[in-house]
Write a protein that binds this ligand. Structure first.
Ligand code: PMP
Length: 438
C-alpha cells in the first residue's frame, strides 16, 4: 500500500505539494509523539502538523471531546449560530487571554485556517482606522491568501511597508544583539516620522513574536515593548500573529506574555483547534466596528474543532504545559548548543520553549567567513539542512525546515514531550548531523 499510495498521489496531486515531497511517509496511525507509516515504520514527529499538535497526536482528552459532541447528537455544522460547544470554547479561550485583553475582548470566528484569520485581522484594522497602509516584517510568514501573502516576507502590495525584523544571527544591520534590535526600532520610528516616506499613518502593524517559518527567530522582549509604544503613540493597531506561537508553544500561554505587551489584535489558529481546523481573531472591543455580516464565512462554526480546541486549551492551562515547554525547551537548546562543539555545521541554536531552530552553516567556511553570519544566501547550508532532514527521516525522526534559505532545522514537538522522548529526539538528530556532514 505504501508505495502505491505515494506513487498515485505524486501523479495526481498538484505540483504545489510540499511536505509530501521531502517526507515520503504514509501515516496510518499516530499517538502522542509517534506516527506509524503504512510500511510499519515508526517516527518521532517533531513537525506536529506544522506546530498544530500541542498535545501530540490523538491525545485522549481531544478524542473524548470529539466523541462527546458526536455522541450527544449535536449538529456538526451550524454556520455561526450560538451553541453550547461554542460557548464552552469561548469561555475557555477568554480564560487564557493575556490580562488587559481578556476583560475587554471580542472574538471573531473566521474561515478555518490561519491565513483566513490574518485576512480578517488586516481587514478589521483597515475598517476600524479608515486607513489602508500596513507595516510588516522581513522574513514574516502570515499565510498564502492574497492579503496574508502580501504581509509576509516578500511583500508586493504597495500598501505594505516592510521593516527589518531583529535577527540577531544574521542582523540586517550587521551588529546583532540589543544594538541590532535598537536599530530596527529606530528604522521604524524614522520611517513613520518622515513625512516624505509616505507611510506616516498606516492602519496596523503585523508581527510574529517569534518568526516561525522565517527560521525560528524570537523577537527580543524589549523590542516588542518598543513596537507596542511606537504603535500606541501613533494610533496604529498592533496585530500579533500567534498562529504558531500560541497555546504554550513558546513557554508562555501566548508569546506576547513574555514581553508583557497587550496587542490590539491577536490572530490565532493551529493549536487552538486541537488538531482540527479553527481560526479566530481576538481584539479590543472598541475595534469592533463591523456591521453584521461584514466578515462572514460558511465554515466559522466547526463544532468538533471547538470541542477539541477547548479541551486542548484547558489541558495546557491546567497542566501548566507552557511552563513545562519553557523548562524542557531551555534544556534541549542547551544540549543542542553542546552539540555544536562536535558539529561545525551548527551555526546558531535559538528559539523559545518548544519552538526550536538550529541554523546550519557551511562547515567548510572558516569561523570568520562572511557566509557564516552574513545576510547573503548560504546555498551550502540549505543543501545540508535538506540532507539532515533526510538523515533524520532514515532514523525515524521527522523535522521541519525553515528560514530565509531553508537552512534552519526546526523542532516543534508536542508540549507533552517526556524527558526520555526529548533525549531520543536529540540522539537521532545528532546521528543525522554526523551522517549529513560526512
Ligand atoms: N501565521 C503564522 C505565524 C503561521 O506560522 C502560519 C502557518 N504556518 C500562518 C499564519 C498561516 O496559517 P495556515 O497555514 O493555517 O493558513
Amino acid at each position: 500500500a505504501h508505495e502505491g499510495i505515494l506513487r498515485r498521489q505524486s501523479l495526481r496531486e498538484s505540483s504545489a505539494r510540499t511536505y509530501a515531497r521531502s517526507l515520503p511517509i504514509v501515516p496510518v496511525r499516530a499517538r502522542g509523539l509517534t506516527i506509524e507509516g503504512a510500511d510499519g515504520r515508526r517516527y518521532l514527529d517533531c513537525l506536529s502538523g506544522a506546530g498544530t499538535l500541542a498535545l501530540g497526536h490523538n491525545h485522549p482528552v481531544v478524542l473524548e471531546a470529539i466523541k462527546g459532541v458526536i455522541d450527544s447528537g449535536a449538529p456538526l455544522h451550524v454556520l455561526d449560530l450560538a451553541t453550547p460547544v461554542k460557548d464552552a470554547f469561548i469561555t475557555e479561550l477568554f480564560a487564557t487571554l493575556p490580562r488587559g485583553l481578556a476583560d475587554n475582548a471580542r472574538v471573531q470566528f473566521c474561515g478555518p485556517a490561519g491565513t483566513d484569520a490574518v485576512e480578517a485581522a488586516l481587514k478589521l484594522v483597515r475598517t476600524a482606522t479608515g486607513r489602508s497602509g500596513l507595516l510588516a516584517f522581513t522574513g514574516a510568514y502570515h499565510g498564502m491568501t492574497a492579503g496574508a501573502l502580501d504581509a509576509s516576507g516578500g511583500a508586493q502590495d504597495v500598501r505594505v511597508t516592510r521593516l527589518p525584523y531583529p535577527y540577531d544571527y544574521r542582523c540586517p544591520f550587521g551588529v546583532g544583539g540589543e544594538r541590532g534590535a535598537e536599530l530596527s526600532a529606530r528604522w521604524t520610528e524614522n520611517l513613520l516620522d518622515d513625512p516624505k516616506s509616505g507611510v506616516a499613518h498606516p492602519a496596523g502593524m503585523i508581527l510574529e513574536p517569534v518568526q516561525g517559518e522565517g527560521g525560528v527567530i524570537p523577537a527580543p522582549d524589549e523590542w516588542m515593548r518598543r513596537m507596542r509604544r511606537i504603535t500606541a503613540d501613533r494610533s496604529i493597531a498592533l496585530i500579533a500573529d500567534e498562529v504558531q506561537t500560541g497555546v504554550g508553544r513558546t513557554g508562555a500561554f501566548w508569546a506576547v506574555e513574555h514581553s508583557g505587551i497587550v496587542p490590539d489584535v491577536m490572530v490565532l489558529s493551529k493549536a487552538i483547534g486541537g488538531s482540527l481546523p479553527l481560526a479566530v481573531v481576538v481584539y479590543r472591543a472598541d475595534l469592533d466596528v463591523w456591521e453584521p455580516g461584514a466578515h462572514a464565512g460558511t465554515f466559522r462554526g466547526n463544532q468538533l474543532a471547538m470541542a477539541a480546541g477547548a479541551a486542548t486549551l484547558a489541558y495546557v492551562r491546567e497542566n501548566r504545559l507552557a511552563e513545562r515547554a519553557a523548562v524542557l525547551g531551555a534544556r534541549m537548546m542547551g544540549q543542542l548548543q553542546g552539540l555544536a562543539a562536535d558539529h561545525p555545521c551548527i551555526g546558531n541554536v535559538r528559539g523559545r520553549g518548544l519552538m526550536i531552530g538550529i541554523e546550519l552553516v557551511d562547515p567548510d567556511a572558516a569561523p570568520g567567513d562572511e557566509s557564516r553570519t552574513s545576510t547573503g544566501v548560504p546555498p551550502a547550508a540549505s543543501a545540508l539542512a535538506a540532507a539532515v532532514q533526510q538523515e533524520c527521516l532514515e532514523r525515524g525522526l521527522i523535522v521541519e525546515l525553515g528560514g530565509r534559505h531553508a537552512g534552519v532545522v526546526r523542532l516543534l514537538p508536542p508540549l507533552t514531550l517526556t524527558d526520555e522522548q526529548a533525549s531520543a529526539v536529540l540522539d537521532r538528530l545528532a546521528d543525522a548531523l554526523s551522517a549529513a556532514e560526512r
